[in-house]
Design a protein around this ligand. Structure first.
Ligand code: SAH
Ligand code: SF4
Length: 382
């Protein structure tokens, strides 16, 4: 019989599993706390569980962490792990220390099928969804290793902020994502605040509604363009629903979100989406004047300088262009931050996460065939 990986279930799932073994709920809670709060893998060492239960667990279950291929530490303290997920696939997880908190950037898929032009994960294509256990194992590994490395005391935690901004489109792996989020949020698990767990999506409208109903956490939407013609090219799934429907979904999400704003991410691509005129269009859009049927969305803007990689054929906007763009937004009263690039000396910055992906979707071939969009200086991917 295949043993159940206990990282694959949230607390309700573990309660059901333990119920099947004739154990009460509080036993499942104890077990859950050993795994996630103490980082214990060996049932033998879970000393307050009855010996008979521990012996049973060894036969039917395991706690299966990910195998680390490499760990890199950046000059600014950013840590990047490369994990083996089998069959030639590897995923990346990044820890970003800040003065007042530690953020973990977590992957949801090996590769990504959305195929955004400016994203190195997108260029690699898609291999497979990660399991709940593989998503949770990234946090499990980072939290428990960092506690030792940073010399934290009992009860102190290394990570208090999780962003689903690593490799993959989390809402295309919804079934595995939700139990993973629940484990992150559970007081017996990692006890993270809903406001400090962020799902970042390229904008899957129906799934945004589902997340709102099932497990509302903070939401970031990767917008990258103020109009459909450009967004269709940069973020191919925009062709399905379009920006107006996306804005409507954002408004519905806010009804149940733990924060009263959506974070829009906007990756600055030189000569593509970074003109002051496009900034004004973006202001009109989010303020509900830009597009028929696109309502005003309470939001913050996160402007991300593009992190180049060779195959993209795109360039980072010059710094003055980024500041000028942000200024237009700020002057219109929109809270705007220019994201600091962290960990780029170890290729850990946004969009540089490439891992190792056995592409099953031929996305690379498709991308090479379509031209890079550029309203001001048309050119083609070499
Ligand atoms: N698939 C999700 C989450 C992963 S990408 C999404 O698209 O939102 C996380 C963020 O990194 C997104 O905002 C994405 O647009 C941004 N990003 C991707 N490639 C980038 C690059 N080369 N430079 C800067 N940001 C990038
Ligand atoms: Fe996928 Fe997000 Fe990269 Fe787009 S930006 S290809 S959705 S990981």
């Amino acid at each position: 019989m295949e043993r159940l990986n206990l990282l694959d279930v949230d607390l309700d799932g573990l309660v059901a599993f333990c119920g099947g073994l004739g154990e009460k709920r509080f036993r499942a809670v104890q077990l859950f706390r050993w795994i996630h709060q103490k980082g214990e893998l060996e049932f033998d060492r879970m000393t307050d569980l009855a010996r008979s239960l521990r012996e049973k667990l060894v036969e039917v279950a395991e706690v299966r962490p990910l195998t680390v291929i490499s760990e890199h530490v950046s000059a600014d303290g950013t840590v990047k792990w490369l994990f083996d997920v089998g069959q030639g696939n590897a995923i990346e997880t990044v820890f970003i220390p800040e003065d007042d908190r530690g953020t973990l950037c977590v992957s949801s898929q090996a590769g990504c099928a959305v195929g955004c032009r400016f994203c190195s994960t997108g260029h690699q294509g898609f291999s497979r969804n990660l399991s709940t256990g593989e998503i949770v194992a990234q946090l499990w590994h980072a939290e428990h290793h960092l506690r030792v490395r940073l010399g934290l005391k009992d009860g102190e935690r290394a990570i208090d902020n999780v962003v689903m901004m690593g490799m993959g489109e989390p809402l295309q792996n919804y079934a595995a994502l939700v139990p993973a989020l629940r484990t992150m949020l559970d007081d017996h698990g990692y006890g993270l605040s809903r406001r400090r767990v962020t799902v970042s999506t390229s904008g899957m409208v129906g799934m945004i509604d589902k997340l709102r109903d099932d497990c509302p956490v903070a939401l970031a939407v990767s917008l990258h363009a103020p109009d459909d013609a450009l967004r269709d090219q940069l973020v191919p799934l925009n062709r399905k629903d379009g920006i107006a429907a996306l804005m409507q979904a954002c408004v519905r999400y806010l009804e149940r979100a733990p924060r009263d704003f959506i974070t829009f991410e906007y990756c600055m691509l030189d000569g593509v989406n970074d003109s002051p005129e496009q900034a004004r269009q973006l202001v009109d859009l989010v303020q509900g004047r830009g597009m028929a049927d696109a309502p005003r969305v309470s939001c913050k803007l996160n402007v991300i300088p593009f992190n180049p990689f060779p195959a993209s054929g795109l360039k980072r906007s010059p710094r003055e262009q980024v500041t000028a763009f942000a200024k237009v937004l700020q002057e219109a009263g929109i809270v705007t931050t220019i994201r600091k690039t962290r960990g780029d000396d170890i290729d850990a910055a946004c969009g540089q996460l490439a891992g190792e992906v056995q592409d099953r979707t031929q996305v690379q071939v498709r991308m090479m065939r379509s031209p890079v969009p550029s309203p001001r200086s048309p050119r083609a991917v070499p």
